[in-house]
Design a protein around this ligand. Structure first.
Ligand code: DOR
Ligand code: ZN
Length: 415
C-alpha cells in the first residue's frame, strides 16, 4: 500500500491524516497514521479532492488549432482538475450516436485527467440514440458551434431526458431579448445580450421543463440566479466572478453569456459566498489570438480558464474571503453529484484523485506557465495559488507544479 500524508479535507474538515492508496488507485484507508511500502509526506500542505470541472471545450476532434485533448487536459491537471466534462461543440458536433462513438475513440488514451462527454441531441428521438453520453447540452441561443435549438425542439429534448433520467445542461439565454446594433466593446456586448435574456430563458424553462433534471450553465448575475427554476442546479464561471466590463481586454473578454458590469460581479461574489451557487465551472473555451485579434463584432466568443479556476479561488480562500468547505463543495463534491459520478470526495472506496496545495504560496498568473495551446489567458497577472502536486487515481500527474504524466485519463461512467 502507498501512503500519502498531509492536512486532509475529510468529512468536512481539515485534519493531519494518512491516506492509504490501493493498487487500483482507490483510497483504502484514512487514518491518523499508516505505514506503507511507499510514503509521501506533504507536511502542512492541504490535500483536497481533485476538482471536477463541469464545463470545458477541449476542441478535439476538429478544432485543434485552438486546443487539443492532451494540451487541454494537461492544463486542467495543473489547475487541480482531475475530471472534466467535455462539451459537444467539436467538429463534427456530437449530435449523433456515430459522432459520440467517434469522439470516444478519438480521445481514448490521450487525456491527462479523467473525463465524461456531453452530447447535443436535437430531438426527442436523438435523446434515446445518445443514451451513452454522460449528460446532454442544450443551447437556447446562438454560440460557437451553431447548436442552438428552438423551443419546440427543446421541449422534445426535455421530455426524452425526463424519461431516461438524464441531466440536461442548458445554455439559458433567450435570443428574443437580444438587441441589434453596433457592438464595439465589452459594455456594448453586455447590453446586446442583456441579463434579461438569461432571466427570460429561465422563466421559460421553469414552466416547460416538466420533471427533467436540469442544470443551468454559466449564470452571470443575481437576477438570473433568482430565476433558476426550483430544483435545478447552477454553475458560475471564474470569469464572471473575476472579470467584468471594466477590464481593458477587448475581444479577449468576449464570451457568451457576456461579462457584466462591476456591480453585477460584486453581487455574484456575495451570492457565491452565501452558498447560492452549486458549482464553479470554467467554461474553458479557447480561441487563438489571431481569431480574437479582429474587430470586436467579428471575434469569436469564449475564453480559456480550466487551469486558473481553482488557483484563483484558492487564493481568495487563503485571504479569508471564502470558506474552505464552500470551495471544496463548489469545485469538487457538488459538481460530481450533479453529474452522478463517483468522484469529488476523499473517502474510503473512492478514487484517489487529489490536489495538494500550499496556500501560503501565491504567484502571478502567466500564460506561458498554463501551457494552453492558444497561449493566452484573460487572468494574466492576477494572484493565484496553484497545487504543487496532483494525483489521478493515486498516480501523480503534476509534480512540483509541472505536468508529470499524461495519457492515463479514462472515460468515467455515470451512476
Ligand atoms: O462564449 C462561448 N464560447 N460560449 C459558448 O457557449 C460556447 C463557447 C465556445 O465553444 O467557444
Ligand atoms: Zn461553454
Amino acid at each position: 500500500m502507498r501512503v500519502i500524508r498531509g492536512r486532509v479535507f475529510f468529512r468536512g474538515r481539515l485534519d493531519a491524516l494518512s491516506l492509504g492508496i490501493g493498487e487500483n488507485g482507490k483510497i483504502v484507508a484514512v487514518k491518523k497514521s499508516l505505514r506503507g511500502d511507499e510514503e509521501v509526506d506533504h507536511g502542512d500542505s492541504l490535500i483536497l479532492p481533485g476538482c471536477v470541472d463541469l464545463h470545458v471545450h477541449m476542441r478535439d476532434p476538429g478544432l485543434t488549432d485552438k486546443e487539443d485533448f492532451p494540451s487541454g487536459t494537461r492544463s486542467a491537471a495543473m489547475g487541480g482538475v482531475t475530471t472534466i466534462a467535455e462539451m459537444p461543440n467539436t467538429a463534427p458536433p456530437v449530435t449523433s450516436r456515430l459522432a459520440y462513438e467517434e469522439k470516444v475513440a478519438a480521445l481514448r488514451g490521450r487525456g491527462a485527467v479523467d473525463y465524461v462527454l456531453y452530447a447535443a441531441p436535437r430531438s426527442e428521438e436523438a435523446v434515446t440514440r445518445l443514451g451513452e453520453a454522460a449528460a446532454f447540452k442544450a443551447y437556447m441561443a446562438e454560440s460557437t458551434g451553431a447548436l442552438q435549438v428552438g423551443p419546440g425542439e427543446l421541449e422534445g429534448i426535455l421530455r426524452g431526458a425526463q424519461t431516461s433520467r438524464k441531466l440536461v445542461v442548458v445554455h439559458a439565454e433567450d435570443p428574443r431579448q437580444f438587441m441589434r446594433g453596433k457592438v464595439r466593446g465589452l459594455e456594448d456586448y453586455s447590453a446586446a445580450r442583456p441579463k434579461a435574456a438569461e432571466s427570460s430563458a429561465l422563466h421559460w424553462l421553469a414552466s416547460s421543463r416538466g420533471e427533467a433534471r436540469i442544470h443551468i450553465a454559466h449564470v452571470t448575475c443575481v437576477e438570473a440566479l433568482d430565476a433558476v427554476p426550483s430544483g435545478a442546479t447552477c454553475e458560475v464561471t471564474p470569469h464572471h466572478l473575476f472579470l467584468d466590463t471594466s477590464r481593458p481586454i477587448g475581444a479577449r473578454g468576449k464570451v457568451n453569456p457576456p461579462l457584466r458590469l462591476p456591480v453585477d460581479r460584486e453581487a455574484l461574489w456575495d451570492a457565491f459566498r452565501a452558498g447560492r451557487i452549486d458549482a464553479i465551472a470554467s467554461d474553458h473555451a479557447p480561441h487563438t489570438l489571431d481569431e480574437k485579434g479582429v474587430p470586436f463584432d467579428e471575434a469569436p466568443a469564449g475564453l480559456p480558464g480550466v487551469a486558473t479556476s481553482f488557483p484563483l479561488l484558492m487564493r481568495r480562500t487563503r485571504a479569508g474571503e471564502i470558506d474552505l468547505a464552500r470551495l471544496v463543495s463548489a469545485t469538487a463534491s457538488r459538481p460530481a453529484e450533479i453529474l452522478g459520478i463517483a468522484k469529488g470526495i476523499i473517502e474510503v472506496g473512492r478514487d484517489a484523485d487529489l490536489l495538494v496545495v500550499d496556500p501560503r504560496t501565491a504567484e502571478r498568473i502567466r500564460a506561458k506557465r498554463l501551457r494552453y495551446k492558444c497561449g493566452w489567458t484573460p487572468f494574466e497577472e492576477m494572484e493565484a495559488c496553484f497545487p504543487h502536486t496532483v494525483y489521478l487515481r493515486g498516480e501523480s500527474v503534476v509534480e512540483d507544479g509541472e505536468p508529470a504524466a499524461e495519457g492515463q485519463g479514462r472515460l468515467v461512467s455515470t451512476e
